[in-house]
Design a protein around this ligand. Structure first.
Ligand code: 2BA
Length: 114
């Protein structure tokens, strides 16, 4: 069994939840916050048999299709940029590109429901 952890933009979360349910996948949706932009996003936990993993990834790709650019004053992100090694004297970025979804896939030893 696999555990898919998918961080998605909030605007895609409802669509993704609907499409996962439509295709027979079980999921848990958590409210989360991006460490860099400190904006709300949604994290899905999706437990799935390995032979259906590709189906989950298809649904995520279809439901969260685009990269979007977030622009504005990113001064608040200075600490994160410093931690990432960005030149503190250099200009801060005015925009960053946020993906439709960031997906982690983990192997699961066992699932127990009591
Ligand atoms: P945030 O952490 O708010 O990041 C939003 C976007 O800002 C990122 O988009 C990336 O383009 C940019 N960014 C993040 N950290 C940066 C840094 N140190 N320097 C410059 N730019 C940076 P995505 O990569 O599409 O990530 C979207 C969201 O997915 C993230 O929101 C975070 O919540 C999650 N995420 C992405 N990669 C992750 C990872 N390796 N581990 C855990 N969560 C991750």
């Amino acid at each position: 069994m696999k555990l898919v952890v998918a961080v998605v933009r909030d605007e895609y979360a409802g669509q993704l939840a609907d499409n996962l349910t439509r295709d027979g996948f079980s999921a848990t949706k958590l409210a989360s916050t991006g460490g860099f932009l400190k904006a709300g996003n949604s994290t899905f936990l999706i437990g799935v048999e390995a032979d259906r993993l590709a189906g989950v990834l298809d649904v995520i790709q279809q439901s969260c299709p685009k990269k979007k650019t977030v622009s504005g004053d990113l001064t608040f992100a200075e600490g994160a940029l410093l931690a990432a090694g960005t030149n503190p004297a250099g200009p801060l970025p005015r925009e960053v590109s946020v993906g439709g979804a960031t997906v982690f896939i983990l192997s699961v030893d066992q699932v127990v429901k009591v």
